[in-house]
Design a protein around this ligand. Structure first.
Ligand SMILES: Cc1cc2nc3c(=O)[nH]c(=O)nc-3n(C[C@H](O)[C@H](O)[C@H](O)COP(=O)(O)OP(=O)(O)OC[C@H]3O[C@@H](n4cnc5c(N)ncnc54)[C@H](O)[C@@H]3O)c2cc1C
Length: 364
């Protein structure tokens, strides 16, 4: 038991917590099962609430400043409303964010290839090679399938949402600096550019009655993605014809765990509250958690009080978005008419309902 704080997991939550704790003059060790800090995966939309944390940590992450969220009717390709964004929305590659965080790990002891299989007692870590170690203070940042979540809330249920998400990247010849949401009955697709605008991030969601795969993430045949969106407009079909590899997620709804602390272990990020991707807030909330817990690591009850209501509200808002994206029939026609009307008069009004989310400064 050496470091003041032991962090399990070197994803966005864990790395941000490590940087924030060292800045609060604590000694930190990070334990990660992966052999290297290389993040596969694709894009992330970082919103002003998450960007404020990165800025306060002195982290500059390369990316594209997003100008708008553009809702488009997927089957017809017709624009519904283009909602302009203020400053502070950035489209980033996950690998670039992980790298930017990792560059700030001065003085942090990082142990890779170390999988924790179980946590016992107050915060005693059991590793896959059979060794054990006690942590003085443990931050569980090991995500939705990690060990710390099972320690803090062993019987917390999860529910298949009836939705799956494909994620893919395709090269493009330049793309507007905006996130496009192509909505349609039972499915929607989010598109946004990454890096120099020559890579397009695709997240495509479809409703399904069942999810039977053993894991929650797997590769899939791109033709399944193409088939799911074959009723969409020609430019989308053309885009999907160029997808070569694709990952498929079964989207699970866990809600926020009923408690985030047990013994000396406190959860942050997806370990505490896995977030559906329909509001693009999972990583943003993880950054907020990391900042908050680094300041309250000796008083986890205060951290939980400070965070729980906000997190619960964000989770509910994300779940609500999925329903409104997938409307059919008369409700869809009515909703689209409203969107077009509001878009003509005051396109920014629709985003103002999220002022509580994006306007929040976790570092204030
Ligand atoms: C389709 C999709 C799109 C998304 N888009 C967005 C978006 O645009 N914006 C946004 O903000 N969020 C988005 N998210 C959510 C976001 O990706 C997650 O909320 C975020 O990555 C969670 O970070 P984390 O660090 O808490 O967990 P993770 O990223 O899961 O990191 C956990 C780390 O812990 C390690 N680990 C796990 N178990 C162990 C163990 N037993 N021992 C040692 N190490 C372990 C793992 O290897 C990993 O490195 C999206 C999610 C999905 C599925």
């Amino acid at each position: 038991m050496d470091a003041d704080v032991t962090i399990l997991g070197a994803g966005i939550a864990g790395l941000a917590a490590a940087v924030a704790c060292t800045r609060a003059s604590r000694s930190v060790e990070v334990i990660e099962q992966a052999p290297a800090l290389t993040e596969v995966g694709a894009g992330l939309q970082i919103a002003p609430n998450g960007m404020r944390v990165l800025r306060a940590l002195g982290i500059e992450v390369p990316g594209i400043d997003s100008q708008a969220v553009h809702l488009i009717d997927g089957p017809s390709g017709r624009s519904l409303v283009r909602m302009p964004l203020g400053p502070g929305f950035r489209l980033v590659h996950r690998a670039d964010l992980i790298e930017a965080l990792a560059r700030k790990l001065d003085g942090v002891t990082l142990t890779l290839r170390a999988q924790v299989t179980q946590i016992e007692g107050d915060a005693d870590l059991v590793f896959d090679d059979g060794t054990r170690r006690s942590a003085r203070r443990l931050i569980g940042a090991d995500g939705v399938r990690g060990a710390s979540r099972g320690f803090v809330a062993p019987d917390h249920p999860q529910r298949f949402t009836g939705q799956v998400a494909w994620r893919a990247l395709v090269p493009v010849d330049g793309w507007p600096p905006e996130a496009q949401v192509h909505v349609g009955p039972g499915r929607h697709m989010v598109l946004y550019p990454l890096r120099d605008g020559r890579l397009l991030n695709i997240v495509a969601v479809e409703e399904r009655s069942a999810w039977t795969a053993a894991g929650w993430s797997q590769t899939d045949d791109p033709s399944n993605l193409r088939r799911a969106f074959d009723g969409y407009a020609a430019p989308i079909r053309e885009l999907l014809s160029r997808v070569e590899t694709v990952n498929l997620w079964g989207l699970m709804d866990h809600g926020a765990l009923p408690r985030w602390t047990r013994g000396a272990c406190t959860l942050i990020g997806d370990a505490a509250h896995p977030t559906l991707p329909f509001l693009a807030q999972g990583a943003n909330l993880a950054l907020e958690d990391a900042w908050a817990l680094a300041r309250m690591v000796e008083d986890p009850a205060a951290y939980e009080r400070a965070r729980r209501d906000r997190v619960t509200r964000a989770l509910a808002a994300a779940a609500g978005n999925a329903r409104s994206y997938h409307l059919t029939g008369v409700p869809k026609m009515a909703a689209h008419a409203v969107l077009r009307a509001v878009g003509r008069v005051s396109p920014g009004a629709l985003l103002r309902r999220y002022d509580w989310l994006y306007g929040f400064d976790p570092t204030a």
